[in-house]
Design a protein. Structure first.
Length: 248
């Protein structure tokens, strides 16, 4: 079996590296939009108000999620790069200390002292290994993973995926009400029950999707997201239903 076949058969798909963004945006889009709908329904609002509030919330929150994902990753990577620069300065100006520190770190990983010394000697004796030494130091000492040189392009892509995932999945609970309004169907209880079913199926499909591309157990993927969705949306409905009666 060649490397490509091995990766395809035993490891997650390349798109799996964006699974956090897909799930983060998707599940939040579904639950946030449906929570607005459930709260509005519990408060006895008309369909047109539910659609207006749901649509406004969908677009505003999608932008906030996407931009928040990008900006948080940007600051995180800048922090990591600043730590790398500190380690590079220490390597140049306090090399003996950094060398002994790296030997100790390798020992903490379970290597024998003599083997640790040999590895560090190899890394420090050749200038072309300096970047690898510093990268290893940042990872082993601080527990940080250095970003690639094109990390800004990558985190923009991640932010966009979060935004699109929020929009796509968050639109589904709202779609039921748009169809009902289009056909002038005004059986509010029936619309809401059907929307609950549609939302539940969407959450389960999102869980199934993430399990497929990450090659994880599909049942666990479905149930974990479904449980989260049931709890969150139930809270929204109960609060909307209860507060409407308390306030009036």
């Amino acid at each position: 079996m060649d490397l490509g076949s091995h990766l395809e058969a035993h490891h997650a798909d390349q798109s799996a590296k964006y699974i956090k963004n897909i799930i983060f945006g998707g599940i939040d889009g579904i639950i946030t939009t449906f929570s607005i709908i459930a709260a509005c329904f519990g408060s006895g609002l008309e369909i047109k108000y539910i659609i207006a509030m749901g649509a406004a919330n969908l677009v505003a929150d999608a932008f906030s999620m996407g931009f928040g994902d990008y900006i948080s990753s940007l600051f995180e990577n800048k922090y990591i790069i600043s730590e790398r620069d500190k380690e590079a300065w220490e390597f140049d100006h306090n090399n003996e200390y950094e060398t002994n520190e790296m030997i100790e770190l390798y020992e903490n990983e379970g290597l024998e002292k003599e083997d640790s010394k040999k590895i560090v000697e190899i890394l420090t004796s050749n200038p072309k290994y300096k970047d690898f030494f510093i990268k290893s130091m940042v990872n082993m000492e601080l527990g940080l993973e250095l970003p690639d040189e094109n990390y800004k392009k990558e985190i923009k892509k991640e932010g966009m995926i979060t935004f699109l995932s929020f929009i796509v999945f968050g639109f589904i609970p709202l779609f039921t009400y748009l169809v009902a309004n289009w056909f002038k169907f005004d059986k509010y209880n029936q619309i809401f029950i059907f929307d609950c079913f549609v939302t539940l199926i969407t959450i389960m499909l999102l869980g199934y999707f993430q399990a497929v591309i990450t090659k994880q157990p599909k049942l666990i993927g479905c149930l974990s997201l479904t449980l989260n969705g049931l709890i969150s949306t139930s809270i929204a409905f109960i609060l909307g239903y209860g507060l409407e009666r308390v306030i009036t």
